[in-house]
Design a protein around this ligand. Structure first.
Ligand code: CUK
Ligand code: CUA
Length: 642
């Protein structure tokens, strides 16, 4: 597929360069639109004619929308929004009972949460390679992790962190999806109680939660999950070891000062107090040892029904260490072979390359330079480093090329991507992006087998790149061609849903979504046949006291039943089964004026429950334009006061 694509580009460029460059039609268009030859080549690299499909899927965080976006590369065409932490009406997410149950499991200690701050999506992995079965994503604001089933692109689970108050360094995945890891951001007490800020060092804590994933069930097992207690250093981005560093994981931090603010008292603000020290700490911990510790009650404090492995127990078992890193770093990214840890300086112009073999040697020979106030052994920074390279202002994140030793790092302040060689510490190329890049991605770039080929710059600001739409600007995802020595910016895509912090990409062949649900009457959130599944001829209305159950079917072009009469005060549940077998024949069910909606894809059963608390006549209808007789796909709900 790629070779064909490449061939057509070669052909096109040959055509342009050798002949009179372009046909007169093309020349006219170029002249009228002010396009250069390079623009035409970029168009040829990204334009995807009708019916042609993309080579890669990209899954993007939807930022404050609490959702996930899916788009294709190289076309950058948006394919789907997936409702995750917030309602999504088209999919009925948060409206039908099945999805509402998922969404409500993400409420925190009874508090309804209606937004998210999604940061980092990650795929399930085997041997560190991406497997297109599941996607995980974390919510920084309301510390939660969600599981999305990639066989139907639906959210199937949300777990709430029982001890941390905000999490950022997640959700990264251990090489065989043993754990979904989520590291704290802002330190806070683990218990649900008031603790004065003066007790910060004593009572506030950071941590890393290791969510145990049951691959067969596709679910996080909360009982087998645990948290490693960490000092209140403000943990940050993280990554799992692989290859030579299998079993280990790495988490940055940015407040080794343990500064607690105080601008209101005339003290320096957080930003100044937190960056006084020249170094912060990378946390190095071994999850394989920790998982054994978590099974023994003497290593564990149980807080909010959740196991917390103490710092002391982790240190005693040789499972937790610190290494200084240049002040307030940002990303830590593990090389495909697991040997090198690339740490973005953020406030430092350098990127630091740590060598895990050196780190392991220091650990094995107990070669420590001291301990932190919590008794955690500290390794020598210089002795752990492979080297440092000055890349420019604001290095943040890194993603890898298919060529060994080559990678790409984002520079926030300089608004650039730098291509460089981390083994020989050499800069190879730079490209400007628009503007202020955060994360970047290369295709499958954080797996053990990166494919490179395309890069995506996730830019925080777009300023002048798009038609203006008011003071809140869209963000800009820019596509970069990585297939030759020189990086080339080839496409801009505005993303208007929220701040899309991070994306992950996967070859299209690795995602195998269902076209329809195979078992008639599937509950899509559990994969089981729904209790309310209704086949043709089984349609009925049942009453039990003031509870009314309607077993409804939908098929082109009628809903059955078409008349439902209930009494005021009844609790009404309608189960809707879409009997279609045809691809893309979704029916949906909406009742006017009652906030009732469900999307029912072929083979699915969804249910809605509502209180019939006002007398009146409420038309219901299919909200998907499914056939020429779609408008006729309707009925009447009448609510009678007697
Ligand atoms: S990120 Cu979350 S602050 Cu660099 Cu992963 Cu934007
Ligand atoms: Cu079914 Cu419209």
């Amino acid at each position: 597929m790629l070779s064909n694509f490449r061939k057509s580009i070669v052909l096109l460029s040959a055509l342009f360069v050798s002949s009179s460059f372009a046909s007169s039609d093309l020349q006219t268009i170029m002249k009228n639109r002010g396009l250069t030859e390079r623009d035409i080549l970029s168009a040829a690299k990204t334009y995807t004619p009708t019916g042609m499909k993309d080579e890669y899927y990209v899954f993007s965080s939807g930022g404050q929308s609490g959702q996930v976006l899916v788009y294709g590369v190289p076309s950058m065409r948006i394919l789907k929004y997936i409702g995750v932490f917030t309602p999504e009406p088209w999919q009925g997410y948060g409206f039908d009972n099945e999805s509402r149950k998922i969404l409500e499991s993400g409420y925190i200690r009874g508090q309804k949460i209606e937004w998210g701050d999604t940061h980092h999506p990650n795929f399930s992995e085997k041997n560190g390679e991406y497997v297109g079965d599941y996607l995980f994503i974390n919510d920084k604001a309301n510390p939660r992790v969600a599981v999305i089933n990639l066989h139907d692109f639906e959210t199937t689970q949300i777990v709430v962190n029982p001890v941390l108050r905000s999490t950022h360094g997640g959700s990264f995945v251990t090489p065989n999806t043993e754990y979904i890891v989520d590291a704290a951001q802002y330190a806070a007490p683990f218990e649900n109680e008031w603790v004065p800020i003066e007790a910060y060092e004593e009572k506030y804590r950071g941590g890393v939660t290791l969510w145990k994933f049951d691959y067969e069930k596709g679910k996080i097992n909360e009982k087998e999950s645990f948290t490693l207690e960490l000092p209140p250093y403000m943990q940050d981005l993280s990554d799992a070891g692989k290859g030579v560093s299998m079993g280990w994981a790495f988490t940055n931090s940015f407040n080794s000062e343990m500064y607690t603010g105080g601008i209101e008292k005339g003290l320096p603000p957080f930003e100044a107090g937190m960056s006084r020290n020249d170094t912060d700490y990378m946390h190095i911990y071994n999850w394989q040892i920790l998982e054994k510790l978590a099974k023994d009650p003497k290593n564990v404090k149980v807080i909010n029904n959740h196991k917390v492995v103490t710092i002391d127990a982790a240190v005693k078992a040789g499972a937790l260490f610190l290494i200084p890193e240049a002040k307030s770093p940002h990303g830590v990214d593990v090389s495909p072979d697991g040997r090198y840890l690339i740490v973005g300086g953020k406030l430092d112009t350098h990127v630091s390359i740590y060598d895990f073999k050196k780190i392991k040697n220091l650990i094995d020979t107990k070669d420590f330079i001291g301990k932190d106030p919590f008794g955690i052994p500290i390794l020598d920074m210089k002795k752990s480093l492979h080297g440092q390279l000055e890349l420019g202002l604001g290095p943040l994140h890194t993603s890898f090329d298919k060529e060994d030793g080559i990678l790409y790092t984002s520079l926030y302040v300089d608004s650039q991507i730098v291509k460089w060689d981390y083994k020989n510490l050499k800069i190879l190329d730079r490209v400007n992006v628009h503007y202020n890049i955060g994360h970047l991605d290369t295709m499958e770039g954080k797996s053990t087998k990166p494919r490179g080929e395309y890069g995506i710059a996730l830019n925080k600001l777009s300023i002048d790149r798009f038609l203006p739409v008011g003071p809140l600007h869209p963000q800009n995802h820019q596509l970069i061609d990585l297939q030759s020595d020189k990086m080339e910016l080839i496409y801009d895509m505005p993303l208007p849903l929220g701040e899309p912090h991070d994306v992950v990409s996967i070859h299209a062949s690795k995602i195998k979504p269902k076209k329809t649900y195979d078992k008639m009457g599937t509950n899509s959130r559990t994969g089981e046949v729904h209790e309310g599944a209704t086949l043709a001829g089984q349609e009925r209305i049942e009453r039990d006291g003031n509870k009314v159950k309607v077993y409804m079917t939908a098929i082109r072009s009628h809903l059955n039943p078409e008349n439902i009469t209930v009494k005021k005060g009844d609790e009404v549940t309608i189960y809707i089964t879409n009997l279609e077998r045809a691809t893309d024949e979704t029916h949906a069910f909406g009742v006017s004026g009652l906030n009732v909606h469900a999307s029912v894809e072929p083979g699915k059963t969804a249910s809605v429950t509502f209180k019939a608390d006002q007398e009146g006549v409420f038309p219901y209808y299919c909200t998907e334009f499914c056939s020429a007789l779609h408008l006729e796909m309707m009925g009447y709900l009448t609510i009678k006061d007697d």
